[in-house]
Design a protein around this ligand. Sequence first.
Ligand code: PLP
Length: 397
Amino acid sequence: MQKPAICGGTPACPEPVQYGRQYIDDADIRAVSDVLRSPFLTCGPQIPALEKKFCELTGAKYAVAVSNGTAALHIACIAAGIALGDEVITTPITFAASANCVSYCGGKPVFADIDPETYNIDPDAIEACITPNTKAVIPVHYTGQSVAYDEIAQICKKHGLLLIQDAAHAVGTRYKGNPIGSLGDMTCFSCHPVKTITSGEGGIVTTDDEALYQKLLLARSHGITRDPSQMHCPSDDPWYYEMVSLGYNYRLTDMQTALLSSQLDKLPVFSARRKEIVKRYDEAFRNVDGIIVQKEIPESDTTRHLYVIQLDPDVLSCSRREFFDAMAAENIHCQVHYIPVYRLPYYQQLGYPEGLCPNAERLYERILSIPLYYTLTDEQVEQVIFAVRKICAYYHR
Ligand SMILES: *Cc1c(COP(=O)(O)O)cnc(C)c1O
């Protein structure tokens, strides 16, 4: 027996629906099992092949595949030379990793507030945060929508800052026709299962800069090189290598790489379906009193990773928690992306004050991420819309 939904009637979705999930087909399974039968489980031929494919997709000159998106951000900060005392500006409306990568290097994340309509980092707020210690900016293409790239690139150029993008949400997105990954100094992607394409765990950094590329390669694998031109004392001994910097083991296995490569083949269909769902949601929610839709900038051709609705407290009498629970009672399991990073206890202890970024804090209080993924059916999309409408009507002031 189904229990009645909080807002009356039976639940809008007969089966539980999550906010995101991966899609794995037979080609993916075959790609992984082929590697399991091959001589190489890691450091094999899959990695350069995937990196080449990713370069073709993004138009970047170089790509470096790593074990996860956080590792991608970390090696980007290493390649950027972030060190003790350096400041790096990022957004608070992101996953902790966008700031942690700076902290790993001894740097200090500095949080610039967001634009209240697009929810992306505000270029004017970036400029206001710049000090003589600022070394880089890490904008995040939140939900997959491109940041105001030209404005940010202009600021970076003017102040001599490196531009590292967190594109964990934005594989497949284009800015003014250019794929995310082809712009800026370095771009970092994540291939976690909730993201648009997945390898279980995985990440990629792209760059057009040969010197940064060499540093990324070293940081990925212990700082070890077999390239005589990078050695202090080159030798022709066949076993010889040198460790020339302090690196990590952030390599991706060949099984994961094969999965990622197979997933990449499906990116155009993943992208098209996500766009379809977003279009339907946008159209429906624009006419729902109590829901505010994320503003899309015309420069961004977005492959959306998350669909975020903003609840309008002037219209709705319920709290965000009550809305969340009411959605769960409709069998729709939402999430909240994100708690402003500096409000997390670790960063609070470092002294970031409450109220630092008022737009971010206000947004955090009001948002919910609703289901968006490739296999979400048209019927489920309509059920989600129905549930949101029903809850808004129930709690209308
Ligand atoms: C997922 C995510 C990351 C981290 O990626 P992992 O692959 O999980 O390490 C970084 N930044 C943002 C914005 C993310 O959503």
